[in-house]
Design a protein around this ligand. Structure first.
Ligand code: ADP
Length: 177
């Protein structure tokens, strides 16, 4: 039992989350400063299933999580059916959208597709606990924070890969069986 405890506390969320140190930063969407075109570029240039929404890039404070497919559908619909939505329209995930000059195009409000309470753990959380949470809550992804700032993401596949790696390194371990 002791050995198990020791083993389980070795890896923490920070060791499994993406991005790795050498990777480009996490792809995030800001809550009220990106245009339709900015977000379209993000969804076409990446294949991630979802994107954290933050207050601003500098604050990295988490607002929520938005699924790629919901973004694509909502933008497509708005472009077709909503008057005044163009490439330069600001996308707004907040309750109250910032006032813009009268000449600016209509704002696209997407609060309804935002998951306002995505599951988060801190970077210090032992992976044993993260694995348990994924199993018990049936999570698809979990965000990782440090002092309230968004650091990374762990997907279900990342967890499965981690479990496989651990099993290889330590075949006698019963932790993840
Ligand atoms: P899956 O892990 O099922 O392939 P994704 O396609 O969403 O799911 O993620 C692929 C990889 O990219 C995973 O390792 C994940 O941790 C990472 N990832 C997911 N979302 C983002 C994001 N918004 N920015 C950077 N990396 C991400």
């Amino acid at each position: 039992l002791e050995a198990k405890e020791e083993f389980s506390h070795k890896t923490r969320a920070m060791d499994v989350m993406r991005p790795r140190k050498s990777d480009p930063p996490l792809t995030v969407i800001t809550q009220d400063t990106m245009t339709v075109e900015d977000v379209e570029t993000i969804v076409t240039s990446t294949t991630y299933s979802g994107y954290p929404v933050v207050v601003s890039r500098t604050s990295q404070r988490l607002v929520g999580f938005v699924l790629r497919r919901d973004l694509i559908i909502s933008i497509e619909n708005a472009r077709k059916k909503q008057d005044g939505i163009v490439s330069t329209s600001i996308i707004c995930f907040t309750d109250y959208c910032p006032p813009l000059p009268p000449s600016s195009p209509s704002v696209l409000k997407l609060r309804s597709i935002l998951d306002l309470s995505p599951f988060t753990v801190t970077d210090e959380t032992p992976m044993e606990i993260v694995v348990d949470i994924f199993r018990k809550l049936g999570l698809r992804q979990c965000l990782v924070t440090h002092n309230g700032k968004l650091l990374g993401i762990i997907t279900k596949k990342d967890v499965l890969k981690h479990i496989a790696q651990m099993a290889n390194q330590d075949p006698d371990s019963i932790l993840f069986n």
